[in-house]
Design a protein around this ligand. Structure first.
Ligand SMILES: Cc1ncc(COP(=O)(O)O)c(C=O)c1O
Length: 404
C-alpha cells in the first residue's frame, strides 16, 4: 500500500522560522504603517566582500572558455579548496587534518541534517537543549526519536542536555549513555562558547563511552576569547571520536552562495567501520558537488585580502552584538551571548513565555526576534536576538526596546 513516510508525520507544527515569518507577515498586513526590524533569522545582511566577488567574476569568465570550463566537481570538492581549508582552518591551529578528510558541500545545514544517515537507526542521540532545530528534526525524519509529547515538547528517545544559566549554557554529561552527541559551539541559539578544557572533557567522555560527537562550528569566526577552541580537533584524541561541520555562511556571508564542509578523519570508526568511507559513499551517491565558481569564491576567503576583509565583516556584526548586549543590560534585561557569537540570549521579563514576549516585542517595538522555546524545552522563558542586522537597524531596535 502506498504510504507517506510516517516518521515525517511525527514532526510537530511548522518549522520555527516559518511561524516567526508568518506572525510578522500578519502583523504587517494589519499595521502597514509600522516599520518592523527583523533581528530573528540568522541571515547575514552585509554584501559579499570585494575579493570574493572578484573570484566569482574570474570563475564565471573561465566557464565561458573551452579551457576554463568545469562540469561536475570532484565528489569531495576541488583540491584547491580542500587544501586551503586544511592549511588555514586546521594546520594553522595545530590540527592534523588532511585535505582528503574534508568533504566540501553546499552548506552546513544539509550536512548537519544528512550526517545521521551513516549511523544505525537505533543509535541514541543526545542534543543540547535549546538547540539548532535541524539536529532533532532530521533524526525525527529518520525515525530515531520515539514519540513526541506536545505539552513538554520532548521526544521520548532523545537525550536532552539542558543548557541553562545555572551551568553557563554548557551541557553537563547526560545520565543515559548516548551514541551520537550533537554539540555546537559557539552556540546557536544561546551564543555561549566552551573553553578548550570543557571541550576536551567532552572528547574524553565520547571516547570513554564509544560515542561520536558531531561538532557544528558554523560560528567559529566569531570567537573573540583566547581559551575558546575554533575546532574540536584542537582537543587531543578528537580525530577518533568527532566529526566537524563548518559553514561559509556566517564567516564570509555565503548564505545565498552556499558553501560548507564536513571533516571526517580517517581514524574515526563506529564499531570497526570507517565513517569516512561511508560518508564518501553517501556523498558520491547522493550529491554532485558545490559549483566550481562557488568553490573558487570559497578559496578567496583564505587569501590575505579575504582574511582582512572578512575580519572587518565579522567585526561589524560583533559591534552590533555588543550594542544589543549593552543596551539590553541597561534596560534591565538579563542577557548572555554576544561575545563569541552573533547571538544574544535574553531572559524574558516577568516570567513571560517566549511566544508572549515575541508578541509583546512585535506589538510594542516592531522588533522581531526568535522565541527560545522554538529551540527546545529549556529555551522557554528565553529569547534570541541576532547581530546580523545593519548597525542602523540595531540601534533603532534597541532604542525602541528601551522605550517599551
Ligand atoms: C548552528 C548552525 N549550523 C548550521 C547552519 C546552516 O549553515 P548553512 O548556511 O551553511 O547551511 C546554521 C544556520 O543558521 C546554524 O545556525
Amino acid at each position: 500500500m502506498l504510504k507517506a513516510n510516517q516518521d515525517y508525520l511525527k514532526l510537530p507544527g511548522s518549522y520555527l522560522f516559518s511561524t516567526v515569518a508568518k506572525k510578522q507577515r500578519e502583523f504587517q498586513e494589519k499595521n502597514p504603517e509600522r516599520s518592523v526590524i527583523r533581528l530573528s533569522i540568522g541571515d547575514v545582511t552585509q554584501p559579499i566582500a570585494p575579493v570574493i566577488i572578484e573570484a566569482l567574476h574570474r570563475a564565471v569568465d573561465e566557464m565561458a572558455t573551452a579551457e576554463g570550463f568545469h562540469g561536475y566537481a570532484p565528489d569531495l570538492g576541488y583540491e584547491f579548496l580542500r587544501s586551503a581549508i586544511a592549511e588555514n582552518d586546521y594546520k594553522a591551529r595545530g590540527c592534523d587534518i588532511e585535505p582528503d578528510e574534508i568533504f566540501v558541500s553546499d552548506g552546513a545545514k544539509g550536512d548537519c541534517g544528512n550526517i545521521q544517515e551513516i549511523f544505525d537507526r537505533n543509535c541514541r542521540v543526545a542534543v543540547c537543549d535549546p538547540v539548532y532545530p535541524v539536529y532533532v528534526d532530521t533524526n525525527v525524519m529518520a525515525g530515531r526519536t520515539g514519540s513526541y509529547d506536545e505539552k513538554s515538547g520532548v521526544w521520548s528517545d532523545v537525550i536532552y542536555m539542558p543548557c541553562l544559566k545555572e551551568n553557563n549554557f554548557a551541557p553537563l554529561f547526560p545520565e543515559e549513555k548516548p551514541d551520537l552527541i550533537y554539540l555546537c559551539f559557539p552556540n546557536n541559539p544561546t551564543g555561549a562558547a566552551v573553553t578548550k578544557a570543557q571541550l576536551q572533557a567532552w572528547v574524553d567522555y565520547a571516547k570513554r563511552n564509544k560515542a561520536v560527537i558531531i561538532y557544528d562550528a558554523a560560528y567559529e569566526a566569531y570567537i573573540s576569547e583566547e581559551d575558546v577552541p575554533h575546532s574540536i580537533y584542537e582537543c587531543e584524541g578528537a580525530e577518533s571520536c568527532a566529526i566537524e561541520i563548518r559553514s561559509f555562511s556566517k564567516n564570509a556571508g555565503f548564505t545565498g552562495l552556499r558553501l560548507g564542509y564536513t571533516v571526517i578523519p580517517k581514524a574515526l570508526e563506529a564499531d570497526g567501520v570507517k565513517l569516512h568511507a561511508l560518508w564518501a559513499r553517501r556523498h558520491g551517491t547522493k550529491y554532485n558537488g558545490a559549483p566550481y565558481i562557488i568553490q573558487r569564491a570559497g578559496e578567496a576567503v583564505y587569501s590575505p585580502a579575504g582574511k582582512e576583509q572578512l575580519k572587518d565583516q565579522v567585526a561589524y556584526y560583533m559591534k552590533n552584538a555588543a550594542y544589543i548586549r549593552e543596551g539590553l543590560t541597561e534596560a534591565g534585561y538579563t542577557v548572555s551571548g554576544g561575545v563569541n557569537a552573533p547571538y544574544i540570549w535574553l531572559e524574558t521579563p516577568d516570567g513571560m513565555s517566549s511566544w508572549e514576549f515575541f508578541d509583546l516585542l512585535l506589538e510594542k517595538a516592531g522588533v522581531v526576534g526568535t522565541p527560545g522555546s522554538g529551540f527546545g524545552p529549556s529555551g522557554e522563558h528565553y529569547f534570541r536576538l541576532t547581530a546580523f542586522g545593519s548597525f542602523e537597524n540595531t540601534v533603532e531596535a534597541i532604542k525602541r526596546i528601551k522605550e517599551m
